[in-house]
Ligand binder design. Structure first.
Ligand code: SF4
Ligand code: SF4
Length: 312
């Protein structure tokens, strides 16, 4: 069995990660067949989860888009907080850490894709990964591994909340057959999300895709909690910018703000065929995220409240 501390130090000091936690692979035994760590790596013993905080200035740019309609600053958020640079940075670091594990311990390390589509087939149609990780095509639900590894608590907004940065984080994971001498436990600090007192995420949701009162079960076993009832396709319509209320410049619009799969697929097909449509990230899914950027957990008050925000 391996001492987890040198591995964690390598990840934080060597790869500059802000978060790291390790859970036993069995924490995801309740996942559907094909989405358990042992389905990807026979003999899997552990899942290592790590990640970075979003850059505050880039989140600030997102507020300028939402609050002031300054769409020209959206690139800062989409490129640096949503996918592009974070995706590349974390993919590269996931590779480096995997190779370090294999070279140092002679184990297998399966680096996972960590956010939107990277050569995966979604189940149904495309949706944001936080809204439905498996439908979005993530091989393993990294959020479940993150909660099992003590990185944070699951919020009403379907995001992992950390005590210091709330949900404004980006997570990656590696499955390995290494067995550690100790594992992290799920977060047990002060409760971070109190939807009955807060409700900011549901109020900020532009098309009522996230219910303020009705909840649904998230996770199983000791990970079980209640999160807000989410209309996954409605959320996808907002994130893809198919709603004028979210993306006033939208050239592709869905008539039904809560589309079914065929309606969402039709809009996506039109989007792909739109003249001048180009994105390095395959699909522009960065148009909303209000339930993440406005969540007051962590350093939100200090970093953002004084920057001219409306009173969510
Ligand atoms: S905005 Fe409030 S209710 Fe929503 S996830 Fe954050 S803390 Fe929970
Ligand atoms: S991303 Fe936007 S549409 Fe989706 S739940 Fe959050 S606030 Fe609502």
């Amino acid at each position: 069995m391996v001492n987890p501390e040198p591995v964690k130090n390598r990840i934080t000091a060597g790869s500059d990660m802000d978060y790291v936690g390790i859970c036993p692979a069995s924490a995801l035994d309740g996942e559907p067949e094909g989405r358990r760590p042992s389905d990807m790596l026979p003999g899997a013993r552990s899942v290592i989860v790590f990640g970075r905080k979003l850059i505050a200035g880039s989140v600030q740019a997102k507020f300028r888009q939402i609050e002031d309609g300054k769409t020209n600053v959206m690139g800062s958020y989409s490129a640096h907080s949503f996918v592009l640079s974070l995706n590349h940075l974390c993919m590269n670091e996931t590779y480096e850490i995997s190779q370090y594990l294999e070279n140092t311990y002679g184990c297998f390390a399966v680096p996972l894709t960590n956010n939107v589509l990277q050569g995966v087939q979604p189940e149904g149609c495309y949706v944001p990964f936080f809204a439905d990780p498996l439908k979005a095509g993530l091989p393993v639900d990294i959020y479940k591994a993150a909660v099992a590894a003590g990185i944070g608590e699951m919020g009403w907004n379907h995001r992992v909340l950390t005590p210091d940065s709330g949900p404004r984080i980006y997570l990656c994971a590696i499955i390995t057959d290494l067995e550690f001498s100790e594992y992290d436990k799920p977060y047990s600090g002060d409760r971070l999300c109190r939807p009955e007192e807060c409700g900011v995420c549901a109020r900020a949701c532009p098309n009522s895709s996230l219910d303020a009162r009705e909840s649904e079960q998230w996770g199983d076993g000791e990970l079980t909690c209640r999160v807000g009832k989410l209309d996954v396709n409605g959320c996808a319509a907002a994130c893809f910018g198919f709603l004028k209320s979210v993306n006033p410049a939208a050239s592709v619009v869905v008539e039904n703000p809560h589309p079914d799969d065929p309606q969402l697929e039709a809009a996506l097909k039109k989007q792909f065929e739109a003249p001048g449509f180009q994105t390095l990230d395959h699909l522009p899914m960065f148009h909303c995220d209000r339930c993440m950027v406005y969540c007051p957990v962590g350093d939100w008050d200090v970093k953002y409240r004084q920057t001219g925000l409306s009173g969510w």
